[in-house]
Design a protein around this ligand. Structure first.
Ligand SMILES: Nc1ncnc2c1ncn2[C@@H]1O[C@H](COP(=O)(O)OP(=O)(O)OP(=O)(O)O)[C@@H](O)[C@H]1O
Length: 302
């Protein structure tokens, strides 16, 4: 088996007294999408920027396509989409992408790439006059123009409209199919669930869980419904089979966990009837990546 495209072992990054990355270990495979998730300030961008060779680590080991992240030979092989900026404000959209293409031996066609990302009509627009979402898309185009073996995308779809998000997802899926290693960060759990082969959840600079979306969310199902807020769940709990759990989260949204079968469903609906409430949007679902993320990283704001 070939070595991973990115190998991070016991990485440490400090800014003065703040330890942003605290012994983080992860690997990203070729031909796969690795999504790094974590609350604000968890250390995602710091980790990415060290892998991209933009920041120095204070400890640990990082190998990118088998080389040190600072190795100049990586520039032609690795595409980077930073969280913001990177394009001179006065430069026109197509002009910048053409310039980027000249740094590579076998680049994609800049005009075709702009068209694919819905930027054809903005080809002559200076960067500073483009909207935030258009700037994001141009930055994404810059990361992939050189047919890289590995791309780092820092929140690629933040602020994009639904159409542009889908165009970005399609591009990422095509990169993976072409054998490219894609490492991205995102705050959109549905995006990670849909796109990623491997999800790494980090918190306070450490990995708190990793695996495929299916492994992380597990096979267990939940019963969910909406009803008026503040129902007392004790009586329901006592009627449910041992090992079941019931919670209201957020207000007016009820989640019942346990062995979700006909018996549990009957008990819950009978209880709703006894309370005089209709269970709206009653559904049986698997736990989502967002449920797992909030369980692991808590609900307080960072
Ligand atoms: N240049 C810097 N100087 C000082 N502290 C920094 C610097 N860059 C990041 N930090 C701190 O390091 C920690 C991790 O920041 P980082 O940007 O890596 O997090 P993140 O997970 O990418 O967050 P977000 O989701 O908000 O983008 C934070 O506490 C942040 O304040």
């Amino acid at each position: 088996m070939s070595s991973p495209a990115v190998e991070v072992i016991e990485l440490v990054k400090r800014y003065g007294g703040t330890t942003a990355v605290d012994g983080l270990t992860l690997a990203a495979e070729r031909g796969a999408v690795t999504a790094i998730l974590g609350p604000n300030g968890a250390g995602k961008t710091s980790t990415l920027e060290i892998c991209e060779g933009f920041r120095r680590a204070d400890g640990g080991t990082v190998r990118v396509l088998g080389a040190d992240p600072g190795d100049s030979s990586l520039r032609a092989r690795v595409g980077v989409m930073p969280q913001a900026g990177g394009v001179p404000p006065a430069m026109r959209c197509a002009e910048w992408l053409r310039l980027m293409s000249r740094f590579h031996a076998a680049p994609l066609d800049p005009a075709a790439l702009l068209a694919r990302l819905g930027l054809a009509e903005h080809a002559r627009t200076p960067y500073r006059r483009m909207s935030g979402g258009q700037q994001q898309r141009l930055s994404l185009a810059g990361a992939v123009i050189g047919r890289p073996e590995l791309v780092f995308l820092d929140e690629p779809t933040a602020g994009l409209d639904p159409q542009a998000r889908r165009a970005c997802w399609e591009l990422v899926t095509d990169l993976r199919a072409a054998g490219v290693a894609v490492v991205l960060t995102t705050h959109y759990m549905d995006e990670a669930e849909r796109l990623a082969d491997h999800v790494v959840i980090i918190d306070r600079g450490r990995v708190v869980a990793e695996g495929s979306p299916a492994t992380l969310t597990g096979a267990e199902r939940q019963l969910r419904f909406r009803a008026r807020p503040g129902l007392t769940l004790e009586e329901l709990l006592s009627a449910l089979p041992a090992g079941s759990a019931a919670k209201e989260s957020p207000a007016g949204h009820y989640i019942i966990e346990g062995h979700v079968g006909p018996e549990l469903l009957a008990t819950v609906t009978a209880w709703c009837a006894s309370e005089g409430v209709t269970a709206d949007d009653l559904s049986i679902e698997r736990r989502t990546l967002e449920d797992i993320f909030l369980e692991l990283t808590g609900r307080e704001l960072r």
